[in-house]
Structure formats: structure tokens, C-alpha cells
Design a protein around this ligand. Structure first.
Ligand SMILES: [Zn+2]
Length: 258
């Protein structure tokens, strides 16, 4: 049985780290307790739970946030928030080692747009080629940094950036302004393919991308470069290199991704 979140009614909120809740734990508690979750939406790494009556319970996964549904508190570090439900089913645990994620209570659409959704680029998943080109063409930043920048595209995590760059044969340090339209279109197609594959496999556990059911993903078994530094590239056999771009560990094949 997987009750997920839809149709369930929060009963309790326990916050271990108040700075992860906006505007305050008290406001979030008053907003969600006793209200059924009517609809689930996602934009990039932001989960939006529309509550019965009015208001949205927003959960932003940030860089390393994770939503876990479990009967008992997972035996892992960095679980900061616990939400219990009136059906006494699995609790929702919010875990976030790097604390860039947060939960917010948004009483209306305007507060959602001015708050958690502000400055967020269009959702990368399902984005068409024209919009992808519009967001990236001619830009002078490093390709990997731009892919991770949630203001440019929302929802591309570190693993998905590395994997799609490898599939597209593009160096993470290359700049869109030096690339042809064909190369960018090719990257678009591989990014969509990677994101869809990850979604079909339930996300990638190690990326902390967990769906609203908290199911562990199996996408990590399909990694071609991510966390495979020193191992042979599956395409050419050259050793995969690890560098740091935008503060994130980046894996690529120097032979296939010149
Ligand atoms: Zn290679």
C-alpha cells in the first residue's frame, strides 16, 4: 500500500530547525492542520500541495532536500521536519543536509508567486526546443552552471546535468555563445531524455530527487559519468574526470566532451 500524500490530512507538525519554515512554523501549522491535500503540483524542485479550502503548502527541495514518507523516523542525519497525518499512516519527513530547501505556507496564489515561485525559471521537464534555446542561446556562462541555475531552468539537478552533457558530447565548461544551435538542440533532446528516464525510474536516490511518494529511485544504476571518476567512459573507455563547477562536483569524459 502506498498512500502517498493526495487526499491525506496533516495532523501535526514538528520542526527541529525553524529557519527552514516560512514565514513561521506556527503559520505553517495553522495553514495545513486539518486540511486535506487536494492536489499535487511540481515546478522544478518545488512541490506545491494545494490544501482544501485555500492555500498552498510549498516544499522546496533546494539543493539536497528530500521528502521521505515512512512510519518511523528514518535513521539518517539531517531530518529537520516531521508532519503526521490524521490517518496515522506514514509520516512525512523533510531531510536536507545542506539546508537550501524549505517549507512555506502560502495562503494564496499571489504569495506563492511572490515567494517560493519568485525568480524561478520555466520547468525544464517537457520544455520545448524553442524555449530551451531562448533561455540559453548566446549566454557567456559555463554550460554546467547555467543548467544548474534554477533562474534559467527549474529542476535540473547535478546528476541530470552531468548525464545529459555526456550524452550530448558537450564539455561542462563550454559556453553557449561558442556553441551552434544544432549543439544546443542536441543538448535539449538529451536533457529531456535524461529527465524522462529519471522520472520513469523514480528519480535518483543519490541526487535526493525523491517523488512525492518518497520512493527511492533506481536512476543511479544508469549513470554513465556521475560519481564514476577514474572509471572508463562507457562510450570510449577514456577515464572519467572529476572537476568542480559552480561548487558542485562534475564528472565528464575529456575525450567525448571536448
Ligand atoms: Zn568518452
Amino acid at each position: 500500500m502506498s498512500p502517498g500524500l493526495l487526499g491525506r490530512t496533516p495532523k501535526s507538525l514538528r520542526v527541529g530547525l525553524a529557519k527552514l519554515v516560512r514565514p513561521t512554523p506556527k503559520a505553517l501549522s495553522a495553514g495545513i492542520r486539518g486540511r486535506e491535500i487536494e492536489r499535487l503540483e511540481r515546478h522544478g524542485k518545488l512541490l506545491m500541495l494545494k490544501m482544501a479550502g485555500s492555500g498552498v503548502w510549498a516544499i522546496h527541495l533546494g539543493m539536497t532536500g528530500q521528502v521521505i514518507l515512512a512510519e518511523t523516523k528514518p535513521k539518517v542525519k539531517h531530518v529537520h521536519i516531521t508532519v503526521g497525518f490524521d490517518d496515522d499512516g506514514p509520516n512525512l519527513y523533510f531531510r536536507d543536509p545542506r539546508q537550501f530547501g524549505f517549507m512555506a505556507w502560502c495562503p494564496d496564489r499571489a504569495s506563492l508567486e511572490a515567494g517560493p515561485l519568485a525568480n524561478m525559471g520555466p520547468d525544464a521537464l517537457g520544455m520545448d526546443q524553442a524555449l530551451f534555446l531562448e533561455r540559453l542561446s548566446g549566454r557567456g556562462g559555463k554550460l554546467k552552471s547555467l543548467l544548474l541555475d534554477q533562474r534559467v531552468l527549474a529542476g535540473v539537478g547535478n546528476i541530470y546535468a552531468d548525464e545529459s552533457l555526456h550524452r550530448a558530447g558537450l564539455n561542462p565548461l563550454s559556453r553557449p555563445c561558442d556553441l551552434s544551435q544544432e549543439q544546443l538542440c542536441n543538448l535539449h533532446d538529451h536533457l529531456q531524455e535524461t529527465l524522462n528516464e529519471a522520472l520513469a525510474r523514480g528519480g535518483s536516490s543519490v541526487s535526493n530527487f525523491v517523488d512525492a511518494h518518497g520512493r527511492p529511485g533506481t536512476f543511479q544504476h544508469a549513470h554513465r559519468v556521475y560519481k564514476r571518476g577514474g572509471q572508463p567512459c562507457p562510450a570510449c573507455g577514456a577515464p572519467i574526470e572529476r572537476i568542480v563547477v559552480a561548487g558542485r562536483s562534475t564528472h565528464f569524459c575529456p575525450h567525448c566532451q571536448k
